[in-house]
Ligand binder design. Sequence first.
Ligand code: PGA
Length: 281
Amino acid sequence: MTAAASFWLGTSWKMTKTLGEAGAYADDLRSAVEAGSVPPELRLFVLPAATSLATVRDRLDGSGVALGSQNAHPGPDGAVTGEVSMSMVRDAGASLVEIGHAERRTLLGETDNMVADKVAAAVSAGLTPLVCVGETTAERARGETPDVLARQVRAALSQLGRTRPTELLVAYEPHWAIGSEGRPATPAEVSEGLGVLRRALDEDLAGTPTSVLYGGSVHAGNAADLVTGLPVDGLFVGRAAWTAPGLLDLAHRSADALRRRTLHRPKPPDLVSAIVRKDPR
Ligand code: PGA
């Protein structure tokens, strides 16, 4: 796994927003970008409902904000009632596609096999997969978190064959941390999850630019601590970024925290003096 440059900050709007609301959000975001008030080190992304993808694409075109779909079917275009294909969401403006979100796994029965098929289909369609993984409350209580995360991420990559994504995003989103009933994971819990995922990705996907994000009840009060204290490559946000000011507030907090992270990073040992000390000729 190769760490990708810069820091991702994005939101899934889930099943919210009329066309009018989606367009207004996109307009606000575009104005902020044009006013220069989006920190340049951030890669912002928005995942609208499929109904507003094209509208948001038109409003954000050329703004640098990436657009994605919350889901897509892995099969080719054809007779699958109620679904949209990878190529259709790409045509509507998506460059990212979210796959395997906890709500889809628990409410809609999305399995590891379905996730694997979708990841392979996304890559073939030229989309960047944003794969969500995370353990349930019961799995955590049984001490299964590392096994579950490694299994989910390995399964997600299992249908790729020799094909390699140009870029991959993986979001660690413990099920118990998501939504209004959720409890945000502590930095220690996130750190454990990130470690497992990076090890699995290193083994299975060396050389592919991969970013590991955290999501689950991220809000203005905890974003900075998550960014400063952890080697996380991005934050994936639901409710707290369902308004453009909410996303922009998190953008500023994340950028400030990133600067603090850089300031506090331990300096690499001074190699020259270490060599001189070892071999003082
Ligand atoms: P939340 O959602 O921030 O509203 O908890 C996070 C997610 O589902 O990605």
